[in-house]
Ligand binder design. Structure first.
Ligand SMILES: [Zn+2]
Length: 246
């Protein structure tokens, strides 16, 4: 059994302007809420780390850690989110849909997606770029050639754009099956992020949906992950964890 640390991984999608109402987009969080969440975590001794460390055990006594991820790669990320992360030294991974670069999110009301230059700018600004497929299709049940295009094809597209390896994948709509996991592994990704399903392993990293969590509840979720990580063998069902902290 592979040992996998229970690094809490926060999942965000779109970030909208400060104070903006996000009722039309249930996945959106405003930039001031994101800032308040990150500041609250810093005040409570949580240390943001790169997603890579999801696969490593913390040293004894190491600060409580968490990773931050954003799905889809919206164009306003550069303006609204990058400054928030940079000011606080928060490393983050953005999962980009390679064929949507420079276009619009047809899966999310047509919001604008980062341009090629925008993706490069994020990367050179220290943000890790992961793949979120080529077209944001559900991967479960896809024929092999289409699966390969989404998983391996998007990796090649992004690596050509960045001139750097792309090592993480996030399943669009959190949809995958055994073939999709094999495709991700065969394509050479180190790990893949899932959603808040009750499982956790290298190719389906459990993430905490930060969108609807108030700050104390966010802290409880993170503490719960760390507390369970110290006590239990891995992997284990996340529902055990949720039973403790919710
Ligand atoms: Zn997505």
């Amino acid at each position: 059994m592979e040992e996998l640390s229970w690094l809490p991984i926060l999942m965000y999608h779109r970030i909208v302007e400060r104070g903006a109402r996000s009722e039309e987009d249930p996945y959106a969080v405003s930039a001031d809420i994101l800032e308040a969440q990150l500041d609250w975590l810093a005040t409570h001794s949580f240390a943001p780390v790169p997603l890579d460390l999801a696969l490593q055990f913390p040293a004894p006594g190491e600060a409580r850690r968490f990773a931050v991820t954003f799905d889809d790669g919206y164009a306003d990320f550069l303006e609204l989110v990058l400054p928030v992360l940079s000011r606080r030294g928060v490393p983050a991974t953005v999962f980009v849909v390679s064929n949507a670069i420079g276009g619009h999110a047809d899966w999310d009301g047509g919001a604008r997606i980062l341009s090629r230059d925008g993706v490069r700018e994020l990367h050179s600004g220290g943000v890790f770029i992961g793949s979120h497929g080529r077209t944001h299709r559900r991967l479960a049940g896809l024929p092999p050639a289409e699966l390969e295009s989404e998983v391996l094809g998007s990796k090649g597209d992004l690596e050509d754009l960045l001139g750097a390896p792309v090592r993480h994948f996030a399943y669009p709509h959190h949809s995958f099956d055994r073939s999709a996991v094999e495709a991700v592994r065969d394509a050479g990704y180190d790990a893949a992020a899932g959603g808040h399903e009750a499982t956790h392993d290298r190719f389906n990293l459990h993430r905490i949906d930060a969108v609807r969590l108030g700050k104390p509840r966010l802290g409880l979720r993170l503490r719960g992950v760390h507390r369970r990580a110290r006590r239990l063998p891995f992997p284990m069902p996340v529902r055990n964890l949720l039973r403790v902290v919710t």
